[in-house]
Design a binder for this molecule. Sequence first.
Ligand code: PFF
Ligand code: NA
Length: 446
Amino acid sequence: MNATLERWSTRRAFILAVTGAAVGLGNIWRFPYITGENGGAAFLVLYVIFVLLLGLPAMMAEILVGRAGRRSPIQSLGYLAGQAGASRHWQLLGLFGAFTVFCILSFYSVVSGWSIEFFVTAVNGGFTGLGAAEVAAGFEGFLADPGRMTFNHSLFLFMTMTVVAAGVAKGLERLNNLLMPMLYLLLVLLAGYAATTDGFGPALAWLFQPDFSAITPLVVLHAMGHAFFTLAVGACALMAYGAYMPERQSLPRAAGAVAVLDVSVALLAGIAIFSVVFSQGMDPGEGPGLMFVTLPIAFAELPWGSVWLSLFFLLLLLATWTSSINLAEPMVATLQGRGLGRGKSAAVVGLSVWLLGLLSVLSFSTLAEWRPLFGMNAFDLVTTIPTEIFLPVGGLLIGIFAAWVMPQQEARAALGVSEPGFLLWRSVVRWVSIPLAAVVLAAGLL
Ligand code: PFF
Ligand code: NA
């Protein structure tokens, strides 16, 4: 065992850290727009099924490997493979995870930068009295301005790497603790307000009355990718957090709590956003701008709208911050594992991610028509391929490693539950999750 590693101070702190990683843009920004693009309720049903059958068991597998290895992801994989007499090449899975989070963080930072911009605008009352068309035009104007977008992207990445360089501080743990409930409360209020608009009925119908004829293999692939993304699973990022897990804690219970929180935040955001979409006669398939256009419109109608809107973007920013720290951790841990200092590692990672992020920034202006692969521009590529292919592939391999390759007595101990609980988890991973992920990947890609 590696005695130098820190531990989360309490079980609660561990759950909060994983919740911080899980709840972010995936719930409030990505879930509504991707559900809108993929036909609504049928997509939602698939996504919930994938969370239960794939995301949750894979989340346990991933954290379990970190907890059993008590090292950085690459080292844990190598160490446990060695214990089992398996190939050391399993370390490459950790490297693949680092590459995945590298791509994801590059656009995550750009979009979180949009929240900074919107927060500042809202604080200055910049949305007051604007109608739907004006809000939409304002957003278009912002996207067409690479300078402003680069500024916000840089700021967000700087905020992220500073915290990572310092180590995941107690301060952030506590801040998260205080603010996540506020974000939740605000979402409940917003959904409550949505219930009073005439878009509420259509929004519920859109979200909860599935039309299964809308399902294609590609829609299924999108839903699977989103389940991994929203739970932060498949890139070894939670593996890094698992290494700091307290000795006596039930992993399934912790993971279950995180999944419930994560899905309910997405549902609340979906209800709020689609009510506005339908009451304003907007298009649910609008794409990545969906949340940034609907929320200012909704809040404009409320008393104290600017105050609520500012608060909302502030809390969203904090939620994305706790996710981006988790995204950066596997890369920094990798460089550190190669002997680079933590501060230097954070600087190298920050700079590389910043550069890749510029491609996303420019995808809305100068490089909008540059489509290097599959007819997609750079932003479309980094928001889809890593999420929908790399995360499921990573999750699949992590599942194989945890349920077949690593020493099973260590897996049992790291899951932290009784024997029947362990066998249930392992059967689900072996006979449900792994085959399901393989089939969906094959069907979606071939
Ligand atoms: N779960 C985060 C969200 O929903 O915004 C995104 C994420 C974090 C994905 C960490 C992957 C990851 F490793
Ligand atoms: Na999420």
